[in-house]
Write a protein that binds this ligand. Sequence first.
Ligand SMILES: NC(=O)c1ccc[n+]([C@@H]2O[C@H](COP(=O)([O-])OP(=O)(O)OC[C@H]3O[C@@H](n4cnc5c(N)ncnc54)[C@H](OP(=O)(O)O)[C@@H]3O)[C@@H](O)[C@H]2O)c1
Length: 304
Amino acid sequence: MRPDDLIKRRILLFGANGMLGRRTAARFLANDRVETLGAGIEEEPATEGLEYIRADVADRASVKRTVYDFSPHAIVNCAAFTAVDRCETEREAAWKANVKGVEYLAEAARVIDARVVHVSTDYVFDGRRGYYVETDKPNPISYYGRTKLASENALRVSGAEHVVLRTNVLYGPAGGTSFDFVQWVVESVRAGKPIRIVTDQINNPTYADDLAEAIARCANNRARGVYHIGGREFLSRYDFTMRIADFFDLDKSLITPITTEELTLPARRPLKSGLVTLKAETELGYRASGVEETFRLMKRALDL
Ligand SMILES: NC(=O)c1ccc[n+]([C@@H]2O[C@H](COP(=O)([O-])OP(=O)(O)OC[C@H]3O[C@@H](n4cnc5c(N)ncnc54)[C@H](OP(=O)(O)O)[C@@H]3O)[C@@H](O)[C@H]2O)c1
């Protein structure tokens, strides 16, 4: 056994209480060779058994203190201002959390030689073409997308060793108060509530545990640069909802197809999107789960 094998890898997980943060915390907690410290703006951790500290990613002093005190090998950033429509009007707060926060993390990471694993989005693209690969040119059409692209650029110029994992339409058994599309569809329709779902937004919805697995790999390997992490199938949000309805035996008459334009939301959405995952498959050994397989896992985990 090498001396390195005796040292647990320390992982600092920002945004530990968010939907992806919870699944990532669970993934790290399942590995007894990793010591994980969760960080977030809430008082308490959402995950039982997770060591946790209150820290605001948008506060430079708070980030520095947290990073230097724990001295992690890797910093995973699942924290973000994710309310896409609110980003249009709450620009300063969105910029602080999504861009300045990443700058602060990268700055502290560089000082202690930690690597940063950061999560970004397909909203860096304009959605005109779809099936995006890592080398496609970003062109965000919302303020949220602009902040996330700026976060990627901030990392690139920071000098910190880093990986950016871009993902789209995350779903999974987050539990608690976290928003999850599948759970929302199942619970709304079962409660007899009609829902309207867009037919013109195409993605490959990503199971949060698949992304958490990719994050765990990147926290422990030497991968660098941008990787796309998405699901196995490209389909419209409406078709995805129909798959949910089929699996959970829901009343489809409560699900109405509409267009994105009809929703009149403050922020524009990329319509033809979706992320090609070939690079992640080849270089990280990434494997997306099948759609129905993920529904089965969610049914069991959430008792849906
Ligand atoms: N969900 C998706 O469909 C999707 C798609 C593509 C990319 N992504 C990316 O995936 C990542 C995780 O998203 P998610 O769905 O897990 O979002 P989420 O559930 O909203 O989680 C984000 C977490 O960050 C926390 N946070 C916000 N501002 C913070 C701050 N200043 N300091 C510390 N923590 C802060 C939030 O706390 P509060 O809840 O208390 O504000 C929340 O716990 C994000 O980078 C997002 O851009 C998500």
